[in-house]
Ligand binder design. Structure first.
Ligand code: ADP
Ligand code: MG
Length: 352
């Protein structure tokens, strides 16, 4: 269906026959790990659809490039936008497309672990498993996002010690305290990178009369976004369309105004962490105090977020190594250590 971008570690002609695979079906990015090979695919969770015919035209990177550039009859759909499956048919097509991209043979069939946002319903989980089986899985397992992130971040999920993980993705922020292989306290909020981007577009429009698309708003976030004052505030030129004249225009925007513009969603993320700490039993909360909070997901890389969380909770904050890959690494680890970790998976045929 889609051709491929060059920026991801794809290995052409890879054969996963018998090699188990793990998929992080994220609201912003889908990442595929093949056991014995590592991460083989990392693409935006986006599908471009022809709204006249309903046909999907491109998936992933190629579809994301079309955002804001497409003619009227092509729409770019993020099927998991807010951590729920907005369009199941499209989601299934996207999952099958990515799995087919990394597979060359369907024999012997692999086991698959798929990590889904915890907001999706049981029926949707079952449907994701079916899609995976249809795409060639011998057996498909579902893993909850905070559990996968915690394993990928190297937290001792099986021990009695309480560990807190905060996974900040495009559509959702998931906060959980894990102990003895299970999620003890959890909270999933529909706040994430997308909402931060939307606050940036709204600010640039209101204060500078400049209209910018989603992609530009995200670029501004990466260049200037922060959750805590920077040692040296920075600025950037931003290009967009002048609201009044309709012509291309560029304005100078600085990190301090962007920090204020995104204060709403950033505070909501912080509040979600504080509320989860409040809900946590005293012994486990004491462990979190001792060992700190671990951040994963792309949102973990927002400048100054650890400082902000530390100042508001009084707890030390760490960022997982390669936070964008924590979930897929954790999901993959359940395959590598299946005997030890299978208890955290939901199987397609037996429930837990
Ligand atoms: P998901 O699991 O929902 O697919 P990811 O964990 O892949 O999400 O994170 C994607 C989000 O992280 C996007 O909103 C992206 O803009 C954001 N992001 C990526 N890098 C950074 C960064 N350096 N600073 C702030 N946000 C970032
Ligand atoms: Mg994620």
């Amino acid at each position: 269906m889609a051709s491929n971008g060059s920026s991801r570690p794809r290995r052409r002609g890879s054969v996963f026959g018998g090699r188990d695979i793990a998929v992080d079906l994220g609201t912003a990015n889908t990442i595929v790990f093949v056991r014995g090979r590592g991460i083989v695919l990392n693409e935006p969770s986006v599908v471009a659809v022809d709204s006249m015919t309903g046909n999907s035209l491109a998936v992933g990177l190629e579809a994301k490039r079309m955002i804001g550039r497409t003619p009227g009859n092509i729409t770019a759909i993020s099927p998991l936008k807010d951590g729920v499956i907005a369009d199941f048919d499209i989601c299934e097509k996207m999952l099958r497309h990515f799995i087919n991209e990394v597979s060359q043979t369907r024999w012997p069939k692999p086991r698959m672990v798929i990590c889904v946002p915890s907001g999706i319903t049981g029926v949707e989980q079952r449907a994701v498993q079916e899609a995976a089986e249809y795409a060639g899985a011998r057996r498909a397992y579902i893993i909850e996002e905070p559990m996968a992130a915690a394993i990928g971040a190297g937290l001792p999920v099986q021990s009695a010690q309480g560990s807190m993980i905060v996974d900040i993705g495009g559509g959702t922020t998931e906060v959980a305290v894990i102990s003895l292989g299970g999620i003890v306290t959890a909270r999933s909020a529909r706040i994430g990178g997308n909402m931060i981007d939307a606050s940036i577009s709204a600010h640039v429009k209101k204060e500078h009369g400049l209209v910018v698309g989603e992609r530009t708003a995200e670029e501004i976030k990466l260049a200037l976004g922060s959750a805590w004052p920077l040692q040296q505030e920075i600025y950037a030129e931003v290009r967009g369309r002048d609201m009044v004249s309709g012509l291309p225009e560029s304005v100078s925007v600085d990190s301090q105004e962007i920090r204020e513009a995104i204060a709403g969603p950033v505070s909501a993320i912080v509040d979600s962490v504080k509320a989860t700490l409040d809900d946590t039993a005293p012994e486990l909360a004491a462990d979190v105090m001792d060992y700190g909070i671990t951040l994963a997901g792309g949102g973990a890389m927002l400048r100054g977020l650890p400082d902000r969380l530390r100042s508001e909770t009084g707890v030390a904050v760490h960022i997982a190594e390669d936070p964008l890959f924590a979930v897929v690494r954790g999901s993959g680890q359940t395959l590598e250590e299946f005997d030890v970790l299978h208890g955290v998976l939901y199987s397609s045929t037996e429930g837990r």
